[in-house]
Design a protein. Structure first.
Length: 158
């Protein structure tokens, strides 16, 4: 039995749904079921997330299958194990989530700034078109040295 199978056993014991756990610990949707279907090995990062979040799971049992599924009461660092109703993420998970939120906020601010700048540029371009000045430089080039059209007519008639 692989670690992913033992983790599913733990989830069943706790009446937790894999999809809810994926969201809570920051995994992509369907990640756990894909790992189980492929009977894939769970990486170190995944193991650390699980052990960090589920404080009552016995890491030795999760890795090797040896020992009890749950830690002894004196080994747990959280007052009660997480349940389906009240999941309690660890401080490390919360800090990571807060860092991600901060990164997203910075990106949003940057994108909003770019959007404001592009909106101003678009407004300036629209203003040029509404005044009939699609290309002011071209208009100047065509009129240089020719003068008004009436002057040209008078010059030809005379």
């Amino acid at each position: 039995m692989k670690a992913i199978d033992r983790f599913y056993e733990y989830l069943a014991e706790k009446s937790l749904k894999p999809t809810a756990i994926e969201k809570i610990i920051g995994l992509s949707n369907g990640y756990l079921s894909a790992q189980k279907k492929r009977s894939a090995d769970m990486g170190e990062g995944m193991m650390l997330k699980i052990i960090d979040y589920f404080r009552d799971i016995n890491p030795l049992w999760l890795l090797t299958g040896e020992g009890p599924m749950l830690r002894a009461d004196d080994m747990t660092t959280s007052p009660s194990p997480p349940s389906a109703d009240t999941p309690m993420p660890s401080d490390a998970v919360l800090l990571r989530l807060m860092e991600k939120i901060d990164e997203k906020d910075i990106k949003i601010d940057h994108l909003q700034s770019e959007l404001r700048q592009q909106s101003a540029e678009l407004a300036a371009i629209k203003a040029q078109f509404s005044h009939g000045e699609s290309h002011p430089e071209k208009h100047k080039e065509h009129h240089v040295g020719l003068g008004p059209s009436e002057t040209v007519k008078h010059a030809i008639i005379e």
